[in-house]
Design a protein around this ligand. Sequence first.
Ligand code: UDP
Ligand code: GLC
Length: 412
Amino acid sequence: MNAPRLAPSLPLAPADPRDNTAVARAPTVLFVDQSGQLGGAEFTLLPLAGLCAPRSEVVLLSDGPFRTRLEALGVRVRVIGDVRVSRIRRQSLPFGWLRALPAIVRQACALAREAKRFDVLFLNTQKALVLGALGKPLHRRPVIWHLHDIMSPEHFGTAQRVVVKWLVRHAVDHVVANSHASAQSLAALTGRASDTPPVVYNGIDTHAFDTPVAEHPDDVAALRRRLGLPEHAWLAGLFGRLAPWKGQHIAIDALARLPDVQLVLVGAALFGEDAYAQQLREQARRLGVADRVHFAGFRDDMPAWMKAMDVVLHTSTDAEPFGRVIVEGMAAGRPVIATAAGGVTEIVRHRQNGWLVEPGDDVALADAIRTLHASPELAQRLARQALVDVRRDFSLDGFLRRMTQAIADTAK
Ligand code: UDP
Ligand code: GLC
């Protein structure tokens, strides 16, 4: 299960991205993101758009808390939403796309008008790619796409995959992928190894996770009291939006095998998965573990919530493109158990800086939790190594440097 360690392919740009003179020389950028919600792709864009704020603008295709977070960083934001476009889902059939065609064309034209005022068009999500790249004959600006997804049939319908394949060939100048797994999935889609994009791993503000809480048992108890969590239970935390492929149901199944453990689910149904959120509660009741599952909802303070846990879980059943929550759990100094698929195997090395289990296997997950519960020394050793690795490989500064370099290269 040990995957070879893959180094990020883009070299570090020599300039410090926070250096004002470097920012002044940098190209102007129009960033586009389809979501007003705070998902991983949006958390990734946040510091980059913040850094580029003096010479950039963000267009969102729907409104939400992401806009407020961007504006708090001084970023100019414009929302150009259209429900007919936002209703299209990852697995939508060609018919869904056709019905929305007039709205797609209108939005692509509106984006093209905006894009003309900037040196580079930076597309951060799938719908942003479609609208921004479709308008290329109108705006004629260099286009960079930040690929956050694995372009496999498990994640996307045929219509989306066909459209992406065509656009990448004809209207995108530069792609940066969030992991080698995502990069390779794009090359598999286009059928050309030469299309494999360079990789820039997500960067985490590790300083935000440095606060020395929860190292002493009294600190843990005080922290948990503040968060409304049981003070003396052994807590497994699962962080992320509630969605079937994020596998919260697998964690609840595993919990039913672990009478001495409690599960904290941090996150909300961000993209209409309310029925799944309801199913999770019913599943917990049916299995008789409802009193040991805590639904915390969406939380802002990840470092505190992660440090309050004894172990951080990641349970995605489909290959995770990257998995920010894994790196955050490592930065919080907690042992992490994650599913061995996609970008995760580029982050976690089994038994060295974390623990890997097969996706969808609740028995293996329960075994892994039991192992770390029974052996605090092992759990601590993994967490210590994870902290070293995350500071070295997933720093925010490294991410910003590589991304600003990629933007500058696209502008040339
Ligand atoms: N997150 C958060 N509050 C929550 C749940 C999640 O701030 O209640 C953040 C989390 O810290 C992470 C992001 O949401 O940075 C999720 O990113 P990830 O790459 O793990 O998954 P995605 O949702 O993008 O698939
Ligand atoms: C996407 C992926 C997630 C990744 C994030 C940031 O939302 O699902 O795995 O961590 O983008 O790149």
